[in-house]
Ligand binder design. Structure first.
Ligand code: AP5
Length: 217
């Protein structure tokens, strides 16, 4: 069963790989970042609360984030696997997820941790453009869309995310180091962790992901 967690610092390539994974393995993509951006656009109470945190680069409080994932993971389409992208991001979130996956009998089968150094992350984030409609990520140098400013997947308009500024990225990287990095040991201890060097190119990262999936399926 592919019950997968995709983790890594901002700009490691989680969203990029997630697009490729779901197209090949047909499992639901549960990105807490995307869920929050949708909630912000729809001005839901969770969205209104999350907006201030996200624009500053801070993590949204655990209780709000955990509730969002709890509701989503319990849905029927997750019975045959799921891809969690950007969750968990703190030890309390990981503990809550462990409890939840036990309750619904959908245990995590692997944690894919994509790594990259800070200099590369800064270039990727500041050059990233995303689709307004489907959230697909592109890059002004390394992953240009076929038609400038237009999404290859859905034809939506490309834009720069509000939290993709240098100022916000510095806060996001600090949050990653302080709050998310401890999860590497958490999942290593559970023998679920697979590290992938995010600098080996999009296709090579994806090939490594597929090799891991074939092993655990
Ligand atoms: P979220 O949307 O999850 O953002 P993030 O983790 O900061 O990750 P990014 O989307 O910035 O990067 P990515 O790894 O997906 O990289 P991408 O594939 O786009 O979260 C946003 C915010 O929501 C958080 O800051 C927080 O406030 C809140 N939030 C979300 N989840 C939360 C949680 N669990 N708890 C609390 N708060 C939460 O790639 C980046 C660029 O690099 C692209 O341009 C791409 O084309 C390029 N690229 C990717 N891979 C490669 C490669 N191999 N080679 C060359 N270029 C590449």
């Amino acid at each position: 069963m592919l019950n997968i967690i995709l983790m890594g610092p901002p700009g490691a390539g989680k969203g990029t790989q997630a697009k490729k994974i779901i197209a090949t393995y047909h499992i639901p993509h549960i990105s807490t970042g995307d869920m929050f951006r949708e909630a912000i656009a729809a001005k839901t109470p969770a969205g209104v609360l999350a907006q201030g945190y996200i624009e500053k680069g801070l993590l949204v409080p655990d209780d709000v984030t955990i509730d969002l994932v709890k509701e989503r993971l319990a849905k029927d389409d997750c019975a045959k696997g799921f891809l969690l992208d950007g969750f968990p991001r703190t030890i309390p979130q990981a503990e809550a997820l462990e409890k939840l996956t036990k309750e619904i009998n959908r245990p995590i089968s692997a944690v894919i941790n994509i790594t990259a150094d800070k200099e590369v992350l800064v270039k990727r984030i500041t050059g990233r453009r995303v689709c307004k409609e489907c959230g697909a990520p592109f890059h002004i140098e390394t992953l240009k869309p076929k038609v400038e400013g237009v999404c290859d997947y859905c034809g939506g308009e490309l834009m720069q995310r509000k939290d993709d500024t240098l100022e916000s990225l510095a806060v996001r990287l600090e949050a990653y180091e302080n709050q998310t990095l401890p999860l590497v040991k958490f999942y290593e201890d559970k023998k679920l962790l697979h590290n992938i060097d995010g600098l080996i190119g999009l296709e090579n990262v994806f090939k490594t992901v597929c090799d891991i999936f074939e092993e655990i399926k």
